[in-house]
Design a protein around this ligand. Structure first.
Ligand code: LHQ
Length: 261
């Protein structure tokens, strides 16, 4: 069985983490497949949105701990190697992808699996799903962007509680806290997430790419720098075919037909 299923339909590239018996814990092969798929998404104009989900009852439980030999006498493990080789490039690739990534969290999202979800642009979770910053149970700090995403999304007090206590946060609570976009009934997860991804895939893709850049730059920018960035991005978008189409459609009182150009 392939550890990450990849398919493309109606402009949406769907990535399904597929090691359900391990709750989709990540191994190097899965990282390689995710990396290749996201490169394909970046370089293929017909792919205009990405949908990430998991198979079985879990979304992703982070690093596959079965791969870590911690028996007495085993050589020390340098965790910076897997972060540097796999997790950090993956999170960077996702955030810099100039196309929206929708995440359908179908079950528990733990450790780097939780933060993989938070690296996506829109997160929808089944009400039965949960988020666990499991790292402190292992004596680790949240990684895969956790220490960056958490305080920005929910504030330092809640981020600290989540990280120190490593308790499960339900999807419902996650939505109330602003950690994710919304929680939906389990039966609605796949159709709802797909509908969002399909809608985004027929939108102004270039505009969405610039929108990601602007919003993610915001946390590290002054107002002055952000105003300059908005001006520069808007200059480019004003020259796009989609802007012309959007304004024309408004004037003609019809639905715009965006091409992503
Ligand atoms: C797993 C895993 C798993 C292996 C479930 N590995 N088998 C990145 C790289 C570099 C530096 C270090 O850090 C990292 C980031 C990280 O992600 S560190 C954090 C790693 N993840 C965790 O600590 C979470 C571990 N999993 C759990 O705590 C539980 O599985 C949760 C609470 C998520 C779910 O509990 P249950 O619903 O009770 O399921 P379960 O524990 O029975 O899991 C089902 C199976 O999946 C079981 O296998 P088995 O053969 O016994 O049926 C688990 O061993 C396996 N599994 N997560 N990460």
């Amino acid at each position: 069985m392939t550890s990450v299923l990849v398919s493309v339909e109606a402009g949406v590239q769907t990535l399904t983490l597929n090691r359900p018996e391990k709750l989709n814990a990540l191994n190097p092969e899965m990282h390689e497949r995710l990396r290749a798929a996201l490169e394909e998404a970046a370089g293929t104009p017909e792919i205009r949105a990405v949908l990430l989900t998991g198979s079985g009852r879990g979304f992703c439980t982070g690093q596959d701990l079965a791969e870590r030999d911690v028996r007495p006498g085993a050589p020390p493990i340098d965790l910076s190697v897997s972060l540097g080789s796999y997790y950090n490039p993956l999170v960077r690739r996702m955030r810099a992808l100039p196309k929206p990534i929708v995440c359908a969290v179908n079950g528990v999202a733990a450790g780097a699996g939780a933060n993989l979800a938070l690296a996506c642009d829109i997160v929808v979770a089944a009400r039965s799903a949960s988020f666990v910053q499991a790292f402190s149970r292992l004596g680790l700090v949240p990684d895969a962007g956790g220490t960056y995403f958490l305080p920005r999304l929910v504030g330092t007090a809640r981020a600290m509680g989540l990280a120190l206590l490593a308790e499960k946060l339900t999807a419902e609570e996650a939505a109330q806290w602003g950690l994710i976009w919304k929680a939906v009934d389990e039966s609605q997860l796949a159709p709802e997430a797909r509908a969002i991804a399909t809608r985004l895939a027929s939108g102004p893709t270039k505009g969405y790419g610039h929108l990601k850049r602007a919003l993610y730059a915001s946390a590290g920018n002054s107002l002055d720098a952000q105003l300059d960035l908005e001006r520069d991005l808007q200059r480019e978008l004003g020259l796009s075919e989609d802007y012309r189409e959007g304004v024309t459609a408004f004037k003609e009182k019809r639905t715009p037909r965006f091409t992503g150009k």
